[in-house]
Design a protein around this ligand. Structure first.
Ligand code: DGL
Length: 262
């Protein structure tokens, strides 16, 4: 049984990459909802409907569990995805928030993400029962930069300053990269935030949660044959080549498939 991973598009390959690194024997069925991508600027109710449709389909494909790689989708379905399905569902917000909570020393955590993620308050809510202060900032243009292959240079540096200078002066000592695309901007984000700020990647933390789940439930893949991964796009398959190469180190061929009533 494969692990079902879904994202609005190709950015979730950062999560797939972290999973392949930590769990190299697992098979992956990856769905990019490129028919509706990007999710970030859309109303959260729409993102919820799209996400449930993709997850229903993944369940129909007999996956062993679902990883919601997209932060915006996680924010949209956080409350009910687990109750809806008989199989385990892992999302990206709780693992990242837990890591940030155990990392911060001065109890000030920053979080950056898409407009929908930040406006939903999902990350902020994850710290409600703690004494940690959360400073949140939407950084919508970061996604466009990554999708055009720009992760270094003056233009992205200037944008990073525009988004992050305020966060830096609010003296957070930990910053959650709350978007699939941001691990590719680690260099420029760390440069602007300074060395004393610890960056928490929701992709890495989610892969660790998945490891924990598969190990404790004893559902690790035992076959010794090379895992066969499948990549599906509900809309255009473009972007897989560029980001596939950049993130997975190999070109990815995506199959186009219409899922539900698009
Ligand atoms: N995958 C989205 C996220 O992690 C970013 C791209 C989008 O806006 O769809 O929030």
């Amino acid at each position: 049984m494969a692990i079902g991973i879904f994202d609005s598009g190709v950015g979730g390959l950062t999560v797939a990459r972290a999973i392949m690194d930590q769990l190299p024997n697992e098979e992956i069925l990856y769905v990019a909802d490129s028919a509706h991508s990007p999710y970030g600027p859309k109303p959260i109710a729409d993102v919820r409907a799209y996400s449930l449709r993709i997850m229903d389909w993944l369940v129909s494909q007999d996956v062993s569990c679902i990883v919601i790689a997209c932060n915006t989708a996680s924010a949209a379905v956080l409350r009910d995805a687990r109750e809806r399905y008989a199989i385990p569902v892992i999302e990206v917000i709780q693992p990242a928030a837990r890591r940030a909570a155990s990392t911060t020393k001065n109890k000030r955590v920053g979080v950056i993400g898409t407009l929908a993620t930040i406006n939903s308050g999902a990350y902020q809510d994850a710290f409600l029962t703690t004494d940690i202060e959360v400073v949140a900032k939407a950084c919508p243009r970061f996604v466009d930069f990554v999708e055009s292959g720009i992760t270094t240079g003056n233009e992205i540096l200037q944008t990073a300053h525009e988004y992050l200078d305020e966060l830096k002066s609010s003296e957070v000592d930990t910053l959650i990269l709350g978007c699939t695309h941001y691990p590719l901007l680690t260099g420029v984000i760390q440069f602007v935030m300074g060395e004393n700020v610890t960056l928490v990647s929701s992709a890495e933390e989610t892969a660790k949660d998945l490891y924990h789940l598969l190990q404790t439930k004893q559902i690790l893949r035992t076959a010794t044959s090379k895992p066969h991964h499948r990549f599906i796009a509900t809309g255009p398959t473009t972007g897989f080549e560029l980001l596939g190469l950049r993130i997975l180190g190999t070109e990815v061929e995506a199959e186009h498939q219409i899922i539900g009533e698009q």
